[in-house]
Write a new protein. Structure first.
Length: 368
């Protein structure tokens, strides 16, 4: 494989959990991770979080979405400026920004995925070249367009024993299984969305008690699982599909209705068990069992979810920090890494990660 000049990239991520913006700097040649740099995380205020939530399911040209997209972009500009200032960096120190935007619609069966945000505006305001629109080419060619961090998971675990599963529990949960074989050009890798992650739990807790999330899983820990509701939820046809497969954040939104007759605690316990049961079911698709699970995303901070996974998976389950990686920065680091790969014309997705027909490059470069 061609050796490329290392670049310094700043990745930006606004995830399905609607928490806020994560930013992270890495140095890489698109294959090797050479250095981890500064990180930042800026939460959304409740008002903007609600306005962003109101955009879910809406196309970019729907009424009001353009205004939110512009504000979202300007908030990303502020995060970039803050990260640079806080770490004594200037725009000249960054070769590329990897800008994901915020997913409002994901319908790969219709060859449609929408990430709002304006990469051209971001480039103009920061003075740094921006790679955006990462998922469009994959979806246009018939891929799922998700999960999209899998090649970063491969790079960051290159020295670890395989087979290994990297589980990201955000609003949606997705897993990357990495086998022992393969090569850099053709790795043994499989990735897909397992089912709901935190989104259902967050939405239920907000509806039931007016809080944004089940902090640490404490509400669920005080509840009792409703087995009948759980079994009904697991009959969703998504679980009968084989990978490649992916989800929109609200594909399981009807599950909230299923727990509406339960107490706040029992509803949280049942939806937490549902997320974990979907993950456990997902491992049936692995070519061979994972020796270890590494968990990233906000779900790794939910003690109830982690305990349920440890009991149910029957193999070591650790937060990603157990291998000295930063679980808060990982998704942003992934899009910094993908920006470099995009710049060099390297694949961002593979048949095993999104169901793409062949290894596909993607992303669009917006010059500052």
């Amino acid at each position: 494989m061609t050796q490329h000049q290392p670049l310094t990239a700043l990745g930006l991520m606004s995830g399905t959990s609607l928490d806020g913006i994560d930013a992270a700097v890495i140095e890489s040649d698109g294959e090797r991770l050479l250095q981890f740099g500064a990180v930042a995380s800026v939460p959304y205020d409740p008002d903007f979080r609600q306005r962003l939530r109101d955009c879910l399911g809406q196309d970019a040209d729907a009424p009001g979405v353009a205004d939110v997209a512009t504000e979202l972009t300007l908030r990303h500009v502020e995060v970039v400026g803050r990260l640079l200032d806080d770490n004594g960096l200037s725009p000249e120190d960054i070769d590329l920004i990897g800008f994901h935007g915020h997913t409002t619609v994901h319908r790969p069966d219709q060859r449609l995925t929408v990430q709002i945000g304006d990469p051209a505006l971001l480039a103009a305001k920061t003075g740094i070249n921006v790679v955006g629109d990462f998922r469009l080419n994959d979806v246009a060619k018939g891929g799922q367009g998700a999960p999209f961090a899998s090649l970063y998971h491969l790079a960051m675990t290159s020295e670890l024993e395989k087979p290994l599963a990297v589980l990201n529990v955000g609003g949606v949960a997705n897993v990357t299984w990495i086998g022992q074989g393969g090569s850099a050009e053709n790795p043994e890798i499989l990735a897909f969305d397992t089912g709901p992650g935190n989104a259902l739990i967050d939405d239920w807790v907000r509806e039931a008690i007016g809080r944004p999330m089940d902090e640490g899983g404490r509400l669920a820990r005080g509840g009792t699982l409703d087995q009948d509701v759980l079994l009904a939820l697991l009959h969703n046809p998504y679980f009968a599909k084989t990978p490649p497969k992916s989800l929109d954040r609200d594909d399981f939104a009807d599950a909230i209705q299923s727990v509406s007759g339960l107490s706040a605690e029992d509803g949280a316990a049942t939806l937490s068990a549902f997320s974990v049961a979907a993950i456990v079911h997902g491992q049936e698709h692995f070519p061979e069992p994972a020796k270890r699970w590494l968990v990233c995303g906000g779900g790794r901070l939910n003690g109830t979810l982690m305990e349920l996974m440890t009991r149910s998976l029957g193999t070591p389950v650790d937060p990603i920090e157990a291998v000295d990686l930063n679980g808060d920065a990982l998704e942003a680091q992934a899009f910094a890494f993908l920006a470099i790969r995009s710049f060099y014309g390297m694949p961002l997705s593979l048949p095993g990660t999104t169901g793409a027909p062949r290894p596909l490059n993607g992303g669009i470069l917006y010059e500052s």
